[in-house]
Design a binder for this molecule. Structure first.
Ligand code: SMG
Ligand code: MG
Length: 369
């Protein structure tokens, strides 16, 4: 099948509150929203890039350039028989995985809509609700942190992740653990520590954490294996796992005991599912991470999280945790048991609010076959 037309939009959708990690702050979603057209049907995808190269090397500007100059022209020339063909097509492209994922997600959505099948069913999902938690950024004080966590716990979130960095790690984690002894709690360092700080990191073993996410360098696997031997708490890799091969290396080296799968980080659903399968064979649980997506990317994440080895709660919070208004007509809502429903409509199962999307579009281009 030929894809006939591809539209890419750069959006800006402000967050209700800024999101601060160990190294930077995000004020708005700066994703690229992709729309494919073929045989009278459409498919939507989100490439959730950030404005700066702080999470990985990609930015809104680099992804826009890659899509316009390389990826969209490649896809328009290709013959695509199934969504996995998009992943195969882009294997010759080095890096730029978030940009690639926007098109790959849109292909899954397109094929799903054409077949009248949900993305979850296409991927092999086994549940109609997925466990979710909330990721809490660095706060100005412990009091502010406790107030923010209190709000999320009251909203129904039963799993909380704290962003940590040197000087904002033991005290905030202790304070939250003391206030909520039974809360499922985990931390994420976004690559800010080095192996020399292993003894400091080992102090986090006192707080009964589900996991410590990406303590060391964004591209490291080797030192994480050394660090894991010195921690009781499972290490979870995020940034370092950019492909199924990287997952295999990490598993063989015992560099982690949990993997955060963000399908965008690995180029899309095809690679994400392969990593899921590898981890499952190794007896390593996975969970779905987040990149503060709009409802378009969120729908893809929720569908992925319905696969069997996603046994830990994801960073897939309700739309209201991020935005005053989402770009899908039915926002994602938190159920009282800290889950989100998996959409069961065709494709990703969400309907894009085009009028609203138009109001947040900063730039767009369109190419045809
Ligand atoms: O989507 O709720 C969300 C955010 C989850 O903490 C989150 N993501 O490293 O896991 C991570 C961060 C990266 C965010 S940078 C845009
Ligand atoms: Mg992370």
């Amino acid at each position: 099948m030929k894809i006939e037309r591809i539209e890419v939009r750069q959006i800006e959708l402000p967050f209700l509150t800024p999101f601060e990690t160990s190294g930077w702050r995000e004020y708005a979603n700066h994703s690229l929203i992709v729309r494919l057209e073929a045989q009278g049907e459409e498919g939507w995808g989100e490439a959730p890039v950030s404005s700066g190269p702080w999470y990985n090397e990609e930015t809104t500007a680099t992804a826009l350039l890659m899509l316009r100059e390389v990826l969209v022209p490649m896809l328009l020339e290709a013959d695509i028989k199934r969504p996995e063909d998009v992943d195969a097509l882009f294997q010759r492209v080095r890096g730029n995985r978030i940009a690639r994922s926007g098109l790959e997600f849109a292909a899954w959505d397109l094929f799903g809509r054409m077949a009248g099948e949900s993305l979850s069913a296409m991927l092999g999902g086994v549940r109609d609700r997925v466990d979710v938690g909330v990721s809490v950024g660095v706060q100005p004080s412990i009091e502010a942190l406790l107030a923010v966590v209190d709000g999320y716990v009251a909203a129904g979130y039963r799993r909380v992740k704290l962003k940590i960095k040197p000087g904002w790690d033991l005290e905030p984690t202790r304070a939250v653990r003391e206030r909520w002894p039974d809360l499922r709690l985990q931390v994420d360092a976004n690559s800010i520590y080095t192996l020399e700080q292993a003894d400091d990191l080992a102090k986090l073993d006192h707080f009964d954490l589900l996991l410590i996410e990406q303590p060391l360098a964004h591209d490291d696997i080797y030192d994480h294996a050394k660090l894991q031997k010195r921690l009781r708490t499972p290490i979870c890799l995020d940034e370092s796992i950019v492909s199924p091969e990287h997952a295999r290396w990490a598993l063989e080296l015992a560099a982690c005991r949990v993997i955060n799968i963000k399908p965008c980080r690995v180029g899309g659903m095809t690679a994400a599912r392969q990593i899921h399968d590898l981890a499952q064979e190794a007896g390593v649980p996975v969970w779905c991470g987040g990149m503060l997506e709009t409802g378009i990317g969120r729908a893809a994440n929720v569908a992925l999280a319905s696969l069997p080895n996603f046994t830990l709660p994801g960073d897939i919070s309700a739309s209201a945790r991020y935005f005053a208004q989402d770009v899908v007509r039915e926002p994602f809502v938190l159920n009282p048991d800290s889950t989100l429903h998996v959409p069961n409509g065709a494709g990703s199962g969400v309907e894009v609010d085009r009028d609203f999307l138009d109001t947040i579009t900063k730039a767009r281009f369109e190419l045809t076959a």
